[in-house]
Design a protein around this ligand. Structure first.
Ligand SMILES: *Cc1c(COP(=O)(O)O)cnc(C)c1O
Length: 227
């Protein structure tokens, strides 16, 4: 947060919208915030909401059934036994982090006639605390990911390690964009696309946009600090 003052959700959304281009999709990360906070953001024009816990998200979705044009984004690690429910309750998955999970989601998507929009989560810098592909492994597994025809793979997602300087963050985001460009140029993929970059959170979204982010995932900057 940029000031010590408590500001309202509508004010925060106005401030953020003034800073980001219209072409960048603003995803409000509502994890740990109530459905009434989501309603307030919705009334300010926000339609994309991100959640990372399945049960919590489903409970809020039930309370918000009267807002059918919300687009739900799953941004957390997916346990194998929850994969089906994630497909049933979310349009986007930003956190696909292994080939095994991709193949499972692909099979389930076929059974459910679902077409989930997907970002591949990549560890652009080493980070033992995070899920995601290391770059060489991702490059090696792309042909198998391309075979997952029921997944609409649209691009990459990254979360940076804590404690980077602005220069380091900009450089890591730029590397992510270049990785997407490299993948795009590699060969004619039959399924896989690389047009989306989901990167940037409350502390670093302007740097992410500078580096080419097409989607930013903002929680604290919109809703305030989580408990
Ligand atoms: C919580 C979370 C965010 C939002 O973080 P803020 O710092 O509150 O903006 C974005 N992306 C992911 C994957 C998250 O888990």
């Amino acid at each position: 947060m940029e000031s010590g003052f408590i500001t309202s959700i509508p004010q925060q959304i106005d401030l953020i919208k003034a800073k980001i281009p219209d072409s960048v999709r603003l995803i409000a990360v509502s994890k740990q915030f109530s459905s009434s906070a989501i309603r307030t953001a919705y009334d300010c024009g926000i339609r994309d909401f991100g959640e990372n816990r399945l049960q919590e998200a489903i409970a809020k979705q039930k309370q918000l059934q009267d807002l059918p044009d919300i687009c739900w984004h799953f941004i957390g690690h997916i346990q194998t036994n929850k994969a089906k429910k994630v497909l049933e309750h979310f349009s986007w998955i930003h956190s696909l982090d292994s080939l095994k999970l991709a193949q499972r989601l692909n099979k389930l998507a076929a059974e459910l006639s679902a077409s989930p929009q997907i970002c591949l989560q990549v560890k652009i810098l080493p980070d033992p605390n995070k899920y995601g592909w290391e770059i060489p492994e991702l490059l090696q597994q792309l042909p198998q990911l391309d075979l997952c025809q029921h997944l609409k793979i649209q691009g990459l997602m990254t979360i940076l390690p804590l404690g980077l300087s602005p220069e380091q963050s900009l450089s890591a985001f730029t590397q992510t964009r270049k990785l997407a460009e490299t993948i795009k140029q590699q060969q004619q993929w039959s399924n896989l696309a690389m047009n989306e970059l989901s990167m940037g959170m409350s502390g670093d979204y302007l740097l992410a946009i500078e580096a080419g982010a097409t989607m930013v995932r903002l929680g604290t900057a919109i809703f305030g600090k989580r408990a």
